[in-house]
Design a protein around this ligand. Structure first.
Ligand SMILES: [Ca+2]
Length: 556
């Protein structure tokens, strides 16, 4: 029998912890108490076992190397421009800075991007819950039917939305990424915002959805407050959205992003100690409204002439970034950085309060913001990196991510499920249809001819910043279909000047300034046929007309 010792502690914890492999006996010795054995005697026992060739000493990292740890670091309402890391590229494919890249301060995102690959065409759904459920299921929202943000306190289909959309979100027993990872030996950890189901439903509690640990996750999407002085909302007029599980910080000056980070570091340390690989879904409430200024960073923006809420938004970004840095430091400290894959992304387009929702403003130079049908509504930052690159590490040999590169091929949030599950050797159940594709080739910095470069985003609800729309991108072309072209949006804007169709060529017109719907009728027809086919293929639900009849998209 061979016993592999992962590490031996002779003081402090006084545990001899072992990882074993034994053929033919599947004998497991997980913890072996050594506190009653004198060190000298213990050393003799170990030396004897070593001389007999029955055990091999391995460093901690090597013992963990067979299964990588995975961190999905998800930032709420963070768009692709809300960072000092330039994601958009120039005509030669090189990252190009824009003024917003000089406004925001995200040094730890820069650190992560230097170690790995960033994607400049990465898509999320235009609001929270659809993206979150896509990450959990590997399905587009048009298929999983959670097409709107989940209101914790009722069905918000909208006046002309499909009433039977999946407004109750995920349920116990649904196939989820953490559930599948758990089957593959992972400890699955949820920290931060959940927003998978309404209050008092199964989906409100991440522990029902495949997570072993839940810190801070509940039915709502916006925290009661970021301030511990306000008990994160408890006892205030936003009590129903008070962030749970953090009572020990109440009354202190610990900003919510910081409290979640301290807790995430703790639970990761405890998991590493138990020698189990982990999946950490660290889902910050930041940078979602309410835009409460993080006092740790306020001075960095004080001299700007931007509005106060935009300054507060920038402090939320910087506090989230500090959290990323603290997590990277913690992985180094625990000796697991080489074995930990970090995937950083936002959950929908920017919500920066910097101007009109359909203009080039909040996500400049992109047009639009969170909720809108323009690129600013659904383009998010995406970085994947090993926390500490080392090409000789066995995990990294299996997935070698080039440092400091930019991947220009399109990808989307539903790709995380197959990418992560395949990489750890998991199997997706046959009955569970996926829309996502394994990103391994793209993560290696190569083009993937097998990746179908299309993206469908279906929002059969209203009123929101854009209402009752579907967008479909196929390589350079993007079509937008408005089921109710004259429906008012929130903020009382007519979303497309009353037009049913909009068409843009994103390679010639990346900021969506020239609508080609009237001048390129053949492209419009081709794109609309594909949009309709894809909706059908994904079993989409549709808005209704004033008489309650289903409104399927019409060809021009
Ligand atoms: Ca969001």
């Amino acid at each position: 029998m061979n016993i592999h010792l992962s590490y031996v502690v002779f003081s402090g914890g006084s545990l001899l912890q072992t990882v074993y492999s034994s053929v033919p006996h599947n004998l497991s010795i997980k913890y072996f108490p050594t506190h009653n054995i004198p060190n000298q005697l213990m050393n003799r026992i170990l030396i004897t076992l070593l001389l007999l060739g029955t055990i091999h000493l391995l460093p901690v990292a090597a013992a963990q190397s067979e299964q990588p740890n995975i961190i999905v670091f998800l930032v709420d309402d963070m768009g692709v421009m809300d960072t000092s890391v330039p994601f958009l590229t120039d005509k030669n494919g090189k990252p190009e800075r824009h003024p917003l890249n000089d406004w925001y301060r995200t040094p730890n995102m820069e650190r992560l991007a230097d170690r790995g690959i960033r994607f400049n065409n990465f898509y999320a759904m235009s609001v929270c819950s659809p993206t979150r459920i896509s990450i959990m299921t590997g399905q587009n929202s048009s298929r999983h039917h959670a097409t709107n943000w989940i209101n914790p306190w009722g069905n918000n289909a909208g006046d002309l939305g499909p009433a039977d959309w999946r407004w109750e979100g995920l349920k116990e027993g649904d196939i989820t990424l953490p559930g599948q990872l758990r089957k593959n030996g992972y400890r699955t950890i949820h920290v931060g915002k959940a927003h998978f189901g309404p209050e008092e439903t199964e989906g409100a509690e991440p522990l029902n959805l495949g997570f072993d640990v839940n810190i801070g996750g509940a039915s709502f999407g916006a925290p009661g407050s970021y301030y511990a002085e306000k008990n994160y909302g408890r006892g205030t007029n936003r009590d129903r959205s008070a962030v749970p599980h953090l009572d020990q910080y109440h009354g202190t000056d610990t900003f919510l992003s910081e409290a979640l980070t301290i807790e995430a570091k703790k639970v990761v340390a405890e998991t590493v100690k138990s020698d189990q690989p982990f999946y950490l879904y660290f889902s910050h409430y930041a940078v979602h409204a309410p835009f409460e200024s993080d006092p740790r960073f306020a001075a960095n923006y004080a001299n700007s002439d931007k509005p106060d809420n935009a300054k507060a938004f920038a402090t939320l970004i910087e506090g989230m970034d500090k959290s990323l840095g603290d997590m990277l430091d913690q992985l180094d400290k625990l000796g697991v950085a080489e074995n930990t894959l970090v995937i950083f992304l936002g959950d929908n387009g920017s919500d920066a309060p910097l101007g009109q929702q359909h203009e080039v403003a909040c996500a400049a130079p992109l047009r639009g913001k969170k909720g809108a049908h323009y690129e600013g509504g659904m383009r998010v930052p995406f970085i994947a990196a090993w926390a500490s690159p080392n090409s000789s590490n066995p995990c990294q040999k299996r997935l070698s991510i080039p440092a400091g590169q930019t991947q220009s091929q399109l990808a989307a949030v539903y790709d995380l499920y197959p990418t992560i599950l395949d990489f750890v050797g998991g199997k997706n159940p046959k009955k569970h249809t996926l829309d996502g594709t394994n990103l391994a080739t793209l993560l290696k910095g190569k083009p993937d001819p097998n990746y179908d470069e299309t993206f469908l985003m279906h929002y059969p609800h209203g009123p929101h910043r854009s209402s009752y729309f579907t967008t479909y991108r196929d390589e350079d072309w993007k079509v937008i279909y408005h089921s109710h072209p004259n429906a008012k949006t929130s903020g009382n804007h007519i979303q497309s000047g009353g037009a049913r169709y909009q068409l843009f060529n994103l390679s010639q017109d990346p900021y969506e300034q020239t609508d080609l719907a009237k001048t390129s009728p053949e492209q419009l027809s081709r794109m609309m046929r594909s949009l309709i086919e894809t909706l059908d293929d994904q079993d989409a639900q549709y808005p209704i007309d004033e008489n309650g009849n289903e409104l399927r998209p019409q060809l021009p």
